[in-house]
Ligand binder design. Structure first.
Ligand SMILES: C[S@@+](CC[C@H](N)C(=O)[O-])C[C@H]1O[C@@H](n2cnc3c(N)ncnc32)[C@H](O)[C@@H]1O
Length: 220
């Protein structure tokens, strides 16, 4: 089984300290929701983000990374075989567990609505059919709970060719869900930290590369 985690991802509701920013209030009105019920999104909320978060502003509000990641991994051949479990860990130490049969909406607008419902209700679509759930948990707690070797993918890791990385059949993979900077979480739980390219890659590309490598070793 491969457990794959998008770690420290920039998925959050609009934080309290910028809920009163005029651009946020206007946006919330347009959506017919309270600012506290809306997903932070740098595309629409960059002014408010920049007004408060200084250096951190570059990375905040990126649900699009989570969307791309989930679309890729959920539709993979590996997921279809039932040999993969997918998790999204957020900057606020929440963990989303995504059931293998979950179909992620291709429309970004619908995905945002789904995530807002999840933060509001703790489960989507409902508790009778909990396809995605959310709970409080740190990256370390999640990554170590599987009892497998944990491999973190990071540009800062030891440089290795994908085909030479020791990947056991039962493994936990961690990929960063942020656009810039480094992991916020301490990675002291990692058994291996690996860089698979000289280039800085997008999280969903790294996810698919590692899934494809795992499929070649254990499926095909
Ligand atoms: C856009 S990057 C985050 C930016 C960060 N400055 C970096 O260089 O890793 C998103 C994630 O993709 C993965 N990633 C990107 N390039 C990688 C590489 N060359 N080797 C391994 N993982 C990589 C890491 O997990 C990283 O956290």
């Amino acid at each position: 089984m491969m457990h794959i985690i998008l770690g420290d991802s920039e998925l959050e509701l609009i934080p309290r300290e910028i809920q009163g920013h005029p651009a946020i209030v206007k946006y919330a009105k347009k959506r017919g929701k309270k600012p506290s019920q809306i997903l932070l999104d740098a595309t629409y909320h960059h002014q408010a983000i920049r007004s408060k978060y200084g250096k951190d502003a570059e990375r905040r509000g990126r649900p699009d990374i989570v969307h791309f990641f989930l679309m890729n991994v959920q539709e993979s051949i590996l997921n279809a075989t039932g040999k993969m479990r997918v998790y999204v860990h957020t900057r606020n130490n929440e963990v989303l567990r995504i059931k293998p049969e979950t179909r992620i909406p291709k429309s970004y607008v619908r995905f945002v609505g789904l995530m807002e419902n999840l933060f509001h209700n703790g489960v989507v679509p409902n508790s009778e059919n909990p396809l995605i759930t959310i709970e409080k948990m740190s990256l370390k707690e999640l990554a170590t709970s599987m009892g497998t070797k944990v491999i973190v993918l990071s540009k800062k890791g030891r440089r290795a060719n994908l085909k030479n990385i020791p990947i056991p059949e039962d493994v936990t993979i961690v990929i960063g869900g942020f656009p810039h900077g480094d992991f916020l979480s301490n990675l002291d739980f990692a058994d291996d930290i690996v860089s698979i390219s000289e280039s800085m890659l997008m999280a969903w590309v790294v996810a698919y590369e590692i899934i494809a490598e795992y499929e070649r070793r254990y499926l095909f």
